[in-house]
Design a protein around this ligand. Sequence first.
Ligand code: SF4
Length: 280
Amino acid sequence: MNWENMDVFQEKYMKCPIGCKYCMVELVPSRKEAWDHKGNESIGLNKTACFINRLPGGRSIDKWVPLHLLDGETVGFQGIQDPFDPRWEKDLKWLLSNSSRFAGVILTTKWPNIDNDIIKLLSSIRNVVVVLSLTGLDILEPGSTTIERVNLGEKLISHGIRVHGLIHPWIAGVSNIDWMATALKVGIKDFTVKGFRYSSRMKIDIPDKYLKAYKANDGEEILLNPPNIKSINLPRFQGNISLEEAEEQVRELSKLVVISSSSSRGEVLRYTIKRRFKDV
Ligand code: SF4
């Protein structure tokens, strides 16, 4: 892995208030590139969604997000930081207010509380999913407990908002699913389980039998000894444009985006085209 220019990156990166001890945001080169080479704002692509990333104090979001290139897309917000961090409130409201023009919005969060105004806005929008990161890793996630997020899920569901549980990272021998019974009781029913990207820089107590396997895959995400639950893929939205239109949009978009995925550029662009055209 290439750790070059880490100091510059750390200076620019606005610390996430959750403070997970396994956070890789500053360590993943593709994320670092997003901040280093595209200035304060960037549109990041991975195989799931098109992420709008920015720092506070940048240009007004309306001035740089090319909405016509996002039509039919699944859009996320802040692939690098939490969408419900109050620092992003104005931008999040902008995105949500414009989202009816997109195929869908996915907001992945560990934020323990969401402002009532935002909940009201979320509940008024079709095609929005709040993905709650549920891990059972309270000791490693000092800014937010899993059960607080489950309680938030209950509140969102009571307002008619679609919620999905993302068990990510699953750290073998450290993560637990003690929260699962409560989650099911409050109506969170769909879960995705994803693995853990270990770095030897992390100070985490992992049982030796698993640590060996993580060390052997330093920097790569692996799913070890996962919980015995039925894992459902993250929600997908159906785009509404033709294949030709999708290809043209993505050709234009590809000139602006940063690929924030460990997959190849070609593969990410193929997924980007696929998820936005109407499959008839
Ligand atoms: S919530 Fe995400 S960005 Fe924030 S510290 Fe945790 S892993 Fe890092």
